[in-house]
Design a protein around this ligand. Structure first.
Ligand code: LLP
Length: 413
């Protein structure tokens, strides 16, 4: 929520047009610093996979998680490597390996965090000795929405905890090298579940009869999207995992590396979506403000009923102060009723109290650095938006707006 300077916002909007994504590098650096206690910070780049953001992470000593061939290519382009000393490189986390991705991880010797035993077999056959993690589904999960709960029997993710011995058998048969165990039970994990995951990790390692180098705490650290929401206590978070790690070390008799794999925590608060108000209308009892960004750009409200703070940057008049706030529905341009930024899970349209908006004003959607641009689509044939990185006084375009010609290019067959 830091990019609030109206002059800066106006300059960016004038130069690059609207809608536009903005990121504040200082916020990312601050969040990285808060997790330094962990041996390895591995950025879950699905949250924000722009190569320049990945480079910024690399400059901070943060390594990277990839979940697809495309994310591997982005990480390589940003200067990460698969080969060599593993903590400095890329890990691919997935539940399956398509042929092209399998070929690339073998070529680049990228360690694989396996979410299925079939993956292990395929990798073991193609690349004996390959370094692997096991992503374990401990039988329970938790998320800010059912769609972001990645544990338990309704989730497709990970190797079921009771099948760990089978996975280890495949590892031995194929001469794979086990790096460690990994658990990510969802996004928005609370302390209660965290303690449960730490306990499950200790128990699994105790019973597995196989050595390992590392454990991964996964990601899932929440951020305060609403004013007044508590901020996660990273020291406490680390403390719980560190205690689990120490129990594991005592059992194994050697040091064990502790990794963490956040996406949202590192980037969400750095990001703002700036959109322009293009229509204001009343519909029965509802007051609508329509902006030029849609759910093809910022999908989270439509997908999960997620809340993002919204604020006004008035244009051509002083910032409204002391005006009565209007209960407002904020919506986009898409030809679909669900294209509403103020809604709750299940598509229930709600209002947000905003100052009166006029056509030409800007609205800011806050905390959109994670799962904002990276979840955008071309729905309604709308081009992808530009991304701008603000680093102190420097304002840098890190992705230009997709052109109409690019939008049509793939169909020129
Ligand atoms: N590690 C693994 C294996 C994951 O699957 C994920 C997220 C993360 C780490 C990072 O989770 P985070 O720290 O960002 O919560 N689109 C949804 C979030 C989906 C997350 C999927 N996996 C949203 O907008 O909230």
């Amino acid at each position: 929520m830091t990019i609030r300077n109206p002059e800066l916002l106006n300059a960016v909007a004038r130069q690059y047009g609207t809608p536009v994504w903005l990121y504040d590098a200082a916020v990312i650096r601050e969040r990285v610093a808060q997790l330094r206690a962990f041996d390895v910070i591995r950025f879950a780049q699905k949250a924000c996979s722009n190569i320049h953001i990945l480079r910024l992470m690399r400059e901070q000593g943060v390594v990277v998680d990839a979940v697809s061939l495309g994310e591997i290519e982005r990480a390589l382009a940003a200067g990460f490597s698969g080969r060599g000393d593993e903590p400095s490189g890329i890990v691919l986390t997935a539940d399956l390996l398509d042929q092209a991705t399998l070929a690339r991880v073998v070529e680049e010797q990228i360690p694989v965090n396996a979410g299925s035993i079939d993956m292990l077999r395929q990798l073991g056959t193609a690349s004996p000795g390959h370094r692997v993690w096991l992503r374990i589904n401990p039988g329970f999960g938790h998320g800010h929405s059912n769609k972001t709960n990645t544990g338990g029997e309704n989730s497709k993710h990970g190797i079921w905890h009771e099948q760990l011995p089978d996975a280890l058998q495949v590892i031995r048969e194929h001469g794979l090298t086990l790096v460690g165990l990994h658990m990510h039970i969802g996004s928005g994990v609370d302390y209660g579940h965290l303690q449960q995951v730490c306990g499950a990790m200790v128990e699994l390692v105790a019973g597995m009869g196989h050595d390992l180098e590392a454990i991964s705490a996964g990601g899932g650290l929440s951020i305060p999207y609403r004013d007044g929401e508590a901020r996660i206590d990273t020291a406490h978070y680390f403390g719980l995992w560190d205690a689990a790690r120490k129990e594991i070390e005592a059992r194994l008799g050697h040091p064990v590396r502790l990794e963490i794999e956040p996406g949202r925590f590192l980037v969400a608060e750095s990001g703002t979506l700036l959109a322009e108000v293009r229509a204001v209308k009343d519909m029965g009892s509802r007051h609508f403000v329509l902006v030029d960004a849609g759910f093809n750009d910022l999908m989270r409200p439509s997908m999960y009923g997620s809340y993002h703070g919204i604020s006004l940057v008035a244009q051509g008049r002083p910032q409204p102060a002391g005006d009565a706030l209007l209960p407002t529905v904020v919506a986009g341009p898409l030809c679909e009723s669900g294209d509403v930024f103020t809604q709750e899970d299940g598509g229930v349209v709600v209002t947000r109290d905003l100052p009166p908006c006029q056509v030409g004003d800007y609205l800011l959607f806050h905390d959109t650095g994670a799962y904002g641009a990276s979840m955008s689509s071309n729905y309604n044939s709308r081009p992808l938006l530009p991304e701008v990185l603000i680093d102190g006084d420097a304002v840098r375009l890190i992705r230009r707006r997709q052109t109409m010609a690019e939008l049509l290019a793939l169909e020129a067959v």
